[in-house]
Design a protein around this ligand. Structure first.
Ligand SMILES: Nc1ncnc2c1ncn2[C@@H]1O[C@H](COP(=O)(O)OP(=O)(O)OP(=O)(O)O)[C@@H](O)[C@H]1O
Length: 299
């Protein structure tokens, strides 16, 4: 059996009183994009840094493609590529020089290195900045260059920590396309973001992090099932009291929470109501996030 690209089990890392990781478990399979979601300070970056071997946990284990990161970090790192949140490149060197260095670090030489560089340069649209020093690049260009270094060796595990923070739409699109392509080739991708629509675009599975733990894990559909969406209607005429009681009225619009918004709308029409405008919203990742926040705050 082939080992999963990532197995993290029972990771613990405390900083004084702060439990940055507090029993963190996560497995990622080949071809899977895992969206790591969590509020600021929930432990996402500490997790990524633990997987890359930068942070040593006080308990737990990390295996990358079956290789133990804590015991044999050099071997384990051969299987992973990482674009950390803070750009980690040589600022006084050009993009090309950085790619040469990072390619060398993952064992690429000669024609193989040139082919890999050409590929990531195209994917990340870096052609026009190859001979510029990293220090003079814009924030978005720098992030693209950083992701390019992570893609170079076609690692089985790709860790991208908020890769699209501050990215303009073309950069974002280039990034998402490259991530999809790598997953289609069989890599597992761990992708942290605060921008939830990206995870829908990527059809990522989700791991929701809170206080150093994964509190919800699975496919988007199964995590969203049973959550409330909403039907918003403006009616031609007064809003019946029985409907007001089922939802709320805002600016003369009726907002009805619903597990199945399309069915709720069909019911309103079948009752003979005449809408002037309609907005049907299925449950979204925002709703999931909100519901988990409410459950964990209550607990
Ligand atoms: N080196 C450190 N020393 C002390 N505390 C730390 C250190 N690294 C992280 N922490 C703390 O651990 C917690 C988790 O931080 P982490 O950066 O992993 O969160 P995050 O989920 O990545 O946040 P964000 O979304 O803001 O990037 C925070 O409370 C942070 O202040």
């Amino acid at each position: 059996m082939i080992a999963p690209p990532l197995v993290a089990e029972g990771l613990v890392r405390h900083y004084d009183e702060v439990r940055a990781l507090d029993g963190f478990d996560l497995i990622a399979q080949p071809g899977e994009i895992v969206g790591l979601l969590g509020a600021n300070g929930s432990g996402k970056t500490t997790f990524v840094e633990t997987v890359t071997g930068l942070v040593r946990p006080t308990a737990g284990r990390v295996e990358v493609c079956g290789v133990d990161m804590l015991r044999t970090p050099r071997q384990a790192r051969r299987h992973l590529g990482c674009a950390p949140q803070d750009v980690a490149m040589y600022y006084s060197a050009t993009v090309k020089e950085n790619l040469l260095v990072f390619g060398g670090l993952v064992g690429l030489r000669g024609p193989a290195l040139r082919t890999a560089m050409d590929e990531v340069t195209g994917q990340m649209r870096l052609e026009s900045v190859m001979d510029k020093q990293v220090g003079v690049l814009s924030g978005g260009q720098r992030r693209r260059a950083q992701v390019a270094t992570a893609l170079l060796g076609k690692p089985s595990l790709l860790l991208l920590d908020e890769p699209t923070a501050g990215a303009d739409p073309p950069t974002r699109e280039a990034l998402l396309t490259a991530v999809r392509a790598r997953a289609a080739e069989g890599a597992a991708v761990i992708y942290t973001t605060h921008y939830l629509p990206e995870l829908s675009d990527l059809d990522a599975s989700l791991a929701v992090i809170r206080a150093g733990k994964v509190i919800a894990r699975g496919e988007q559909d199964s995590l969203l099932a049973g959550l409330m969406g909403e039907v918003k209607v403006r009616l031609d005429g007064p809003i019946p009291d029985r409907l007001r009681d089922l939802g709320r009225v805002e600016n003369d619009e009726l907002h009805l929470p619903s597990i199945d918004p399309a069915q709720t709308l069909a019911g309103l029409l079948a009752d003979g109501l005449v809408p002037l405008s309609v907005d049907v919203r299925k449950p979204s990742l925002d709703d999931l996030y909100e519901s988990l926040e409410m459950v964990t705050n209550a607990g």
